[in-house]
Write a protein that binds this ligand. Structure first.
Ligand code: SF4
Length: 136
């Protein structure tokens, strides 16, 4: 567990030290300081963050850091209910506010796009670039 890092790059070891120091400085219980750091760096409380870092979900739909968004085909009303799943902890490098496709305008990196609603889970296996996975 010692070499694990939050998606922000902060190592768990460093986060523990920071929490201890904040706990003393702010005179708050250690678990509250840990929760504050985890919320800031991964968006979930400490115990959930450690659980996710220890065992990243194999499917993004089982991860609290995903979102499912509408992704209708602008050229085909037949696919008006298409969906996309995105990772809220990863920036969309192709983000373009002028893009025709909704998902290209999203700030979050897509996991799957243009998926039929009943296919979203099947197409949302955790990608290699998942920020919860160990970096080489
Ligand atoms: S890519 Fe990783 S962090 Fe992002 S939603 Fe999927 S499992 Fe969660």
């Amino acid at each position: 567990m010692t070499n694990k890092s939050f998606p922000s790059g902060l190592s768990v070891t460093r986060a523990k030290k920071k929490a201890k120091s904040f706990s003393k400085e702010w005179e708050i219980p250690l678990h509250k300081a840990q929760d504050k750091i985890a919320m800031e760096h991964i968006g979930v409380p400490w115990h959930k963050a450690i659980e996710l870092l220890n065992k990243p979900p194999s499917n993004c739909l089982d991860c609290p850091l995903h979102q499912v968004l509408p992704d209708p085909d602008p050229d085909d009303w037949f696919n008006d209910d298409d969906c996309a799943s995105v990772c809220t902890r990863t920036k969309n490098e192709l983000q373009d506010n002028m893009a025709k496709w909704f998902i290209r305008r999203s700030d979050f990196r897509p996991i799957t796009v243009s998926a039929r609603p009943y296919q979203v889970r099947k197409e949302s296996e955790s990608p290699d670039w998942c920020p919860l996975k160990d970096k080489e």
